[in-house]
Design a protein around this ligand. Structure first.
Ligand code: 5AD
Ligand code: SF4
Length: 424
């Protein structure tokens, strides 16, 4: 999401006459787009801000601005704590950036953190800052009002609002015409997308209809809203990728209730079954939190059991981090010792690593259509691409070109990567 937002910021600033500086020493401003979801994300940003002091000593006019969720959460407090920051700008205030930079140039400090109920940046075509020219993000909705007990996002990104579907389809078509072959529709909870009379399954249907050669992905879905109708739309379009990210957070009903997730383990498993029924070749990935408030060994074991049962293809795994202002911060103790959180997290990581490897071993001998993305990091002789399931496959380049579809037979694997050869 931040990646997509940075591209919107890039576009707003380009229209105001700014351009990307090739190096830090040529830059007038450094803008850091930030995440506030866990404390370590914020600590990394603070570390970066302190490192930039050296550059500011070399060049006194170098100004630093903090964008995004950390700006929203801490507001001008952040400029007091890190006094080399010149401005903070929250996620709904990016249109104000040209004015802010003007102010800051004159030596003032600025704080723009008002949240909006309507801002979707629908009319701004993002500059594709770090794009490979093949795959792009399209933000379709902003904000979240699910209020999971541990999560700061509803406070930093504000109320849910959906972007006009016409502008989304136009942006995707424009990308396809320029040679892009994959779009990922983004939102904190894409299943609650609703604009005028268009809901998320209809939107997916419209984007997938642009061209069968345009792959469509989306993230993230909340399990409580994953409908059969969406799965039916996916099944009817082979170019909607067979990959669903369905954050579970915990395998214990007691924890899920305390987290205010509004589903049970049984509900979640029913959704997994529905995915397997409609899309038998779909990969499933998740997010999980270890050591949430009052989590017992039994709760933790329930999470491990759920992982054994679902057999995710990939998981983002986190230690619970207490966030100021959340329901959990107000009402629930952060009572699992850090060492214990780490132990539980490491157990989940080890189990998931084993499952991912076993899942990948099952892929050996299968042939996939791969969208070729670029050179493998390890060798220029090899290219990598992804299959519909979003698995990375590395293969000898031969005559393959990035941005095209090729058939690859999987021959070997690691827990993270499949290795194969071209067959067409
Ligand atoms: N501590 C740890 N992980 C968190 N997440 C959200 N809030 C917290 C928190 N306070 C995780 C959830 C979510 C992902 C984006 O980040 O797993 O799905
Ligand atoms: Fe946070 Fe829950 Fe919203 Fe996801 S759905 S952004 S975890 S509040």
């Amino acid at each position: 999401m931040n990646f997509a937002d940075s591209e919107v910021v890039g576009s707003i600033l380009a229209q105001a006459g700014y351009s990307l500086a090739p190096t830090l020493d040529e830059a007038g401003f450094v803008l850091i787009n930030t995440c506030a979801i866990r404390d370590n994300a914020e600590q990394r940003v603070r570390h970066r801000v302190r490192e930039l002091r050296a550059a500011q000593q070399r060049r006194h006019n170098l100004r630093i601005g903090i964008l995004g969720c950390m700006a929203e959460r801490l507001q001008s407090r952040l400029m007091e704590e890190e006094d080399n920051i010149s401005f903070v700008c929250g996620p709904d205030a990016y249109r104000r950036l040209p004015d802010i930079l003007q102010q800051v140039r004159h030596g003032q400090k600025a704080s723009e953190v008002e949240l909006s109920t309507t801002e979707t940046y629908a009319d701004i075509e993002p500059v594709r800052l770090a794009s490979n020219g093949i795959s792009a993000y399209i933000s379709i909705m902003r904000g979240c009002q699910n209020y999971c007990a541990y999560c700061v996002v509803p406070y930093t990104r504000g109320r849910e609002r959906s972007r006009d579907p016409k502008t989304i389809v136009e942006e995707a078509r424009h990308l396809f015409d320029r040679g892009y072959r994959e779009v990922t529709l983004l939102g904190q909870n894409v299943n609650s997308y609703q604009c005028d009379h268009t809901d998320f399954p209809e939107l997916m249907d419209a984007v997938a209809a642009i061209d069968p050669a345009l792959r469509v992905r989306f993230a993230t879905s909340h399990p409580k809203d994953l409908s059969d109708r969406l799965l039916e739309v996916m099944a009817s379009h082979p170019n909607i990728c067979r990959c669903i990210h369905l954050p579970v957070q915990s395998g214990s009903n007691r924890m899920l209730k305390l987290m205010n997730r509004r589903y049970t383990v049984e509900w979640y498993l029913d959704r997994i079954e529905a995915i397997r029924r409609h899309l038998p070749d779909c990969s499933i990935t998740t997010d999980v939190i270890a050591g949430f408030s009052t989590e017992t060994e039994e709760d933790h074991q329930a999470t491990l059991d759920l992982f054994r049962h679902v057999r995710y293809d990939y998981a983002y795994m986190f230690k619970y981090s207490l966030r100021e202002g959340t329901y959990a911060w107000k009402h629930l103790p952060d009572d699992i010792a850090d060492q214990e959180k780490t132990r539980r997290l490491n157990e989940i990581i080890a189990l998931q690593g084993q499952i991912a490897l076993e899942n990948n071993q099952q892929e050996i001998g299968r042939e996939y259509e791969v969208l070729v993305e670029g050179e493998s990091h390890r060798s220029k002789e090899r290219l990598f691409g992804r299959n519909s399931q979003n698995k990375v496959i590395v293969f000898d380049r031969q005559d393959a070109r990035p941005g095209t579809y090729r058939k690859v037979l999987v021959e070997t694997c690691t827990a993270a990567t499949l290795l194969g050869r071209l067959t067409d």
